[in-house]
Design a protein around this ligand. Structure first.
Ligand code: 3HC
Length: 387
């Protein structure tokens, strides 16, 4: 679309991510049309937006008249043609099923203006494959937000094989206009940057639980207080959605066995419909309400050393660097902004000691005979150069 400005944004899907993306786009002044397949989903999404904006008014971030203006910039529809026909940017946040996404993109390719950029908010699905369902591969890109989009500062930008540099610039400019920080994920790899670290962490913690190393609360507290994450890892999985974690796992694992060591506990929860906060039960149980937290204590944290979790996170972070997906600074920054880490993961690892992390990985590799634990070459070089 050259230098033409984005004015109208269509958001397809009004779930946890879709409603948040619609909200922050409207907060940045865009006219937004949010589309879903049933009116009841749109009603629920508008209720969530009202709650979130209400919180911001409460905290003095916006005034109540601004809240009204923001709400006024969002319209909703179940009609996909109406949603995209005047759009400059379409952001897809529908369920993580490739067939559904491709069908949707192929359909809107014929309905949206030719200049419009198409973006997918997929957690893990290949951008190039989705782009291939359209005739606008050059105007197709991954724009990956983090939950909750209203509060998380990171947005990953993932070009596909045919994405043009002007589309990358448009995506970067759009993200900056939301007052968020875009980080370029140079390759369309399974899990991009953050999910390549987050999803395997959920499974690793689940293995620790299954193997009886500590209780769920102890693992969560150790993860939160000793590594500096804002939530426990099970709490975060529930918050993100066990369905999302499960689907992301399957997709990533099918593309690359080296990316995650799936623990059956996650699949078991998924099979029972225990999707986390949204269904009232996941690893934990929840009451009613739009937002719930698990109270964890420092005493619990003292009973669990999260070295195995850190080792796995650092190993996957190193893989991203050695495969030129992102540089060390971008990986550090992505985790700080996308997962709310207090400090960079390499800074934490430096204190714990890289040699100890490599020893932990080697022991896991030998014990499990699983190549997932094989220490990455970049990490091994780091240990060599610092000894
Ligand atoms: N809009 C507005 N306000 C919100 C909100 C929202 N969507 N969600 C929560 N809040 C409010 C809370 O209600 C609370 O308000 P209060 O002070 O009136 O009670 C306030 O924000 C602060 O919340 P908390 O007290 O729970 O404090 P935190 O400091 O922990 O902040 C958090 C909350 C930002 C969610 C933080 O816990 C966090 O960063 N968690 C990690 C999230 C994360 O890792 N996300 C990425 C997951 S991976 C992903 O999304 C990728 C996908 O592809 C899978």
């Amino acid at each position: 679309m050259g230098s033409r400005r984005i004015e109208r944004v269509a958001v397809l899907g009004s779930g946890i991510m879709g409603h948040g993306i619609a909200q922050i786009s409207a907060m940045a002044g865009y006219r937004v049309t949010m589309r879903d397949v049933e009116q009841q989903f749109l009603d629920k999404a508008m209720e969530r937006i009202r709650w979130s904006l209400g919180k911001m008014v409460e905290k003095g971030r916006i005034s109540s008249s601004e809240m009204d203006e923001i709400m006024g910039r969002i319209s909703v529809t179940v009609d996909i043609e109406r949603a995209v026909k005047d759009s400059d940017l379409v952001i897809e946040a529908i369920p993580e099923e490739m067939r559904l996404k491709k069908e949707t993109f192929a359909r809107i390719d014929a309905l949206a203006p030719s200049h419009a950029v198409f973006a997918s908010n997929t957690s893990t699905l290949p951008i190039t494959e989705m782009a291939d369902a359209t005739k606008r591969g050059d105007r197709f890109i991954g724009i990956h937000f983090f939950n909750p989009p209203q509060l998380m500062q990171l947005v990953e930008i993932i070009p596909g094989a045919s994405t043009s540099t002007s589309t990358v610039d448009i995506a970067m400019g759009y993200v900056r206009s939301l007052k968020k920080e875009p980080i370029l994920c140079r390759k369309d790899v399974a899990g991009f940057i953050v999910n390549r670290i987050f999803i395997p962490l959920v499974h690793e913690a689940a293995w620790e639980l299954k193997e009886g190393k500590a209780s769920m609360r102890e693992i969560d507290a150790g993860f939160k207080f000793r590594l500096g994450f804002p939530m426990g890892i099970f709490e975060l999985a529930d918050y993100t959605g066990i369905d999302v974690v499960h689907k992301a796992t399957k997709e990533m694992y099918s593309r690359d066995r080296k990316v995650v060591n799936p623990c059956p506990l996650v699949e078991e929860l998924y099979a029972k419909g225990h999707y986390g906060q949204k269904s009232g039960k996941g690893f934990y149980e929840y009451g009613q309400g739009s937002y719930a937290r698990i109270e964890l204590s420092m005493q619990e944290a003292e009973r669990y050393d999260p070295v195995r979790l850190l080792a796995v996170a650092i190993n996957n972070a190193s893989w991203l660097i050695s495969n030129d997906v992102a540089g060390k600074e971008d990986v550090e920054r992505a985790l700080i902004l996308g997962m709310g880490l207090k400090e960079g993961i390499f800074a934490i690892a430096g204190r714990v000691g890289y040699a100890r992390l490599v020893d932990t990985l080697r022991a896991l590799r030998i014990g499990s005979r699983n190549e997932f634990y094989e220490p990455d070459s970049w990490l091994l070089n780091l240990v060599k150069s610092s000894s």
